[in-house]
Structures are given as structure tokens and as C-alpha cells.
Write a protein that binds this ligand. Structure first.
Ligand SMILES: NC(=O)c1ccc[n+]([C@@H]2O[C@H](COP(=O)([O-])OP(=O)(O)OC[C@H]3O[C@@H](n4cnc5c(N)ncnc54)[C@H](OP(=O)(O)O)[C@@H]3O)[C@@H](O)[C@H]2O)c1
Length: 339
């Protein structure tokens, strides 16, 4: 009998998830039913949204149940199959969870070709991350050449792609990231025009005002928000006429144990006839192939770089790896590669 380990939700966290949040124990692989196949998982995607899925409150997806395998995008090789579409040896990506072996009936799964792109790309720039950047930026940001675009979590998985899409579209791009090393990377390797370090003592509102002057811009045309909080508020203070604020995420609030105050500068939306709108990447699923083709082309042409932080280890490293996102301990897409 084959045994494997999965990351299961043991108890709901208050604040940052801890060791007690999870249980990771050996279990036996069940017999495959008709149409099912077993996947040996090699890569697990770590996403800030995972924190929200642990809370028992209404959201866009039901919470992960206590005792259930942690929901996660993952990728691996089929090792046993009774499904012709997913034969033994095929490499597949899907919502297989944080586990060493997953059983699937093929729902939401697809076979990938790692001759065309590396395996991590299918969870990163060509996966949910790239799709989030693409549809958030183009569908909600509605960019025009010459726009001034500000992106938070600029060295992260989504933010790094958004800024590069903005450059491809002739925009001036200001990134916001934590620390000099990340800021240097964002300007030097990713080609953003400026990057602001929100971890210095200089308030973001002051930094942003100075940066807009430096790039010769009258205001923020698109703010792509990955973090919420004070950084969102600072951007609202500088909106240009008809600006678009794209609410992609609010990682600064995901582990909050108290109610976070709303942005006090929101009345500028009225003054500037601006729009602030949230979105969910899943809503654009039917258009993913087009976005994947375009991003794939830009990657091949070297117009987009997709940074990755790949942690190599055992499944037991999932909890610590997830928390790296909240400490800013990742550059680009964060993945756990299972030994
Ligand atoms: N709407 C959708 O459909 C959708 C889909 C996918 C992702 N998202 C959202 O997109 C955002 C980015 O996700 P990602 O996967 O690309 O993660 P990521 O940006 O690669 O990683 C998270 C980054 O957030 C920054 N961060 C952490 N705590 C922070 C804080 N308190 N204040 C400011 N920055 C903080 C850290 O960078 P620093 O070192 O710079 O602090 C960290 O590296 C998240 O909010 C996520 O929930 C939304």
C-alpha cells in the first residue's frame, strides 16, 4: 500500500498561521475509482489568498474545512490512471492541493508541456499569477500609453508582471516594495522607472508625491493594489482625473486580528471621477488561452521576466513557506518543490 503525506487544516488560525494550524501525517493512498488518476506532486503554489481560505466566513470560495487537505494549485506527474485523458507519465497542473499524492477525476486539471515552458511557469506567469496580472491590468486598469501606473508588492509574483505589462504598453511605472534589495531588482532587472521602499521611515504619501514629480507626472492614472492599508490610502491622494484603482488584494490586512480602518482619502474618487474596482481572476477563465499566448510570447521575446522563489524541501515545509509571503520573504512567484 502506498502512503503519502498531506497538509490538512487542523484548526483555524487567529492572525498568522502557526504550527498548530496544520497537521501533516502519513495516510494511505485510496484505490482509484473509474476515471480517476493519481498524481505525484512536484510543485505547490503558495498564494496570499490561502490565508483567507482558512477563515470561516463568506467569501468567493467556501472555507477549507477543518481536517481537509489545504487547497492549493499544484503540479506533478501522473503515476497511476484510469483516465485516458491523463495517462501515466503525463505532467499535469490543477487544484490538486498541498499534498504529496493527489487523486483527481480531471476536473480543472490539464496536461502541460514542459518543453514549451518550465514547470514553475505553469503555476506562475502562465498560471493564475500571470492571469491575475493580465486581466487586472488590462480589463480593469484599461491602460493608455503615457499613463502613470503605480504597483504595490512590485517584487512579488503578480506585481512584477503588472509593472512589466505596463512598460510594454508605454506607461511610466512606479513600483512599491519592501527594502532596497527588492527596489533595486524592480528597477534594474524588471525595468520599472522608480521603486519606493515602504519600509523606510519616510511616509508613503511623501515618497509618492516626490516620485510623481521625479517622473514628471500629474498624478496616478492606474493604481494596481496588492496590499491595501496605508499604501492604498496614499495612492488615493494622488489620483489623476478618471483614474482606475484596481483592487487585486490587500495582503497587509490578511492576518489582522482587529478591524482595519477604511481609506480616508476615498473621497478623491469623487473629486477625480475615478473608479475603484475589485476583480477575481477566475471570472476571466474563458479568456485564459489568449492571455497565456500573449504572455508566453513576451516571455520568449525577453520582454517579460518572471521571477521565482523556489523552496526545495519536504511537504512539512509548507507552513513555513506559506508564511514567507507575509514576511516579504519571496521575490516573484513562491513555490514549494517537493523532494
Ligand atoms: N484578485 C485575484 O483574483 C487575485 C489572484 C491572485 C492574487 N491576488 C492578490 O494579489 C496580491 C499579490 O499576490 P502574489 O501571489 O503576487 O503574492 P506576492 O506579491 O508574491 O507576495 C506577497 C508580497 O506582499 C508583500 N507584503 C506582505 N505583507 C505586506 C504588508 N503588510 N504591506 C505591504 N506589502 C506586504 C511582500 O512584499 P514586500 O517585501 O514588498 O513587502 C510579499 O512578498 C495578493 O494580495 C493576493 O491576494 C488576487
Amino acid at each position: 500500500m502506498t502512503t503519502f503525506r498531506s497538509v490538512r487544516l487542523s484548526q483555524r488560525p487567529v492572525g498568522l498561521p502557526s504550527a498548530e494550524t496544520w497537521s501533516i501525517d502519513p495516510e494511505e493512498m485510496p484505490e482509484l475509482k473509474h476515471n480517476e488518476f493519481a498524481i505525484k506532486i512536484e510543485l505547490i503554489s503558495l498564494d496570499p489568498a490561502m490565508r483567507g481560505w482558512l477563515d470561516d466566513r463568506p467569501s468567493y470560495l467556501p472555507p477549507v474545512e477543518i481536517g481537509a487537505i489545504m487547497r492549493a494549485g499544484s503540479l506533478g506527474t501522473v503515476i497511476e490512471s484510469s483516465n485516458q485523458r491523463f495517462p501515466v507519465g503525463a505532467q499535469v497542473v490543477g487544484n490538486f492541493g498541498a499534498t504529496e499524492i493527489a487523486i483527481s477525476d480531471g476536473t480543472g486539471a490539464r496536461v502541460i508541456n514542459t518543453d514549451l515552458a518550465s514547470a514553475p511557469m505553469y503555476l506562475g506567469a502562465l498560471g493564475m499569477t500571470g492571469m491575475t496580472a493580465y486581466f487586472g491590468f488590462f480589463e480593469l486598469g484599461v491602460p493608455r500609453a503615457g499613463d502613470t501606473v503605480v504597483v504595490s508588492a512590485a517584487a512579488g509574483a503578480v506585481g512584477s508582471i503588472v509593472g512589466q505589462l505596463a512598460k510594454i504598453n508605454g506607461c511610466t511605472v512606479i513600483g512599491i516594495a519592501g527594502g532596497k534589495e527588492k527596489c533595486d531588482y524592480v528597477t534594474e532587472a524588471l525595468g520599472f522607472d522608480v521603486c519606493l521602499d515602504y519600509k523606510t521611515d519616510i511616509p508613503m504619501r511623501k515618497q509618492l508625491g516626490a516620485a510623481l514629480q521625479e517622473v514628471g507626472s500629474k498624478g496616478v492614472d492606474i493604481y494596481f493594489d496588492n496590499v491595501g492599508g496605508e499604501i492604498l490610502n496614499a495612492n488615493l491622494a494622488y489620483l489623476s482625473f478618471g483614474a482606475r484603482v484596481v483592487i487585486c488584494g490587500a495582503i497587509s490586512q490578511y492576518n489582522a486580528t482587529e478591524i482595519t480602518p477604511g481609506p480616508s482619502n476615498y473621497m478623491n474618487l469623487l473629486v477625480k471621477r475615478a473608479r475603484m474596482q475589485g476583480f477575481l481572476v477566475f471570472d476571466y477563465e474563458n479568456k485564459f488561452p489568449v492571455a497565456q499566448r500573449r504572455i508566453g510570447k513576451w516571455l520568449a521575446q525577453g520582454k517579460i521576466t518572471a521571477p521565482e522563489t523556489i523552496v526545495k524541501g519536504e511537504i512539512t515545509e509548507f507552513p513555513e513557506t506559506l508564511n514567507r509571503l507575509f514576511a516579504g520573504n519571496n521575490m516573484g512567484k513562491l513555490l514549494l518543490q517537493i523532494n
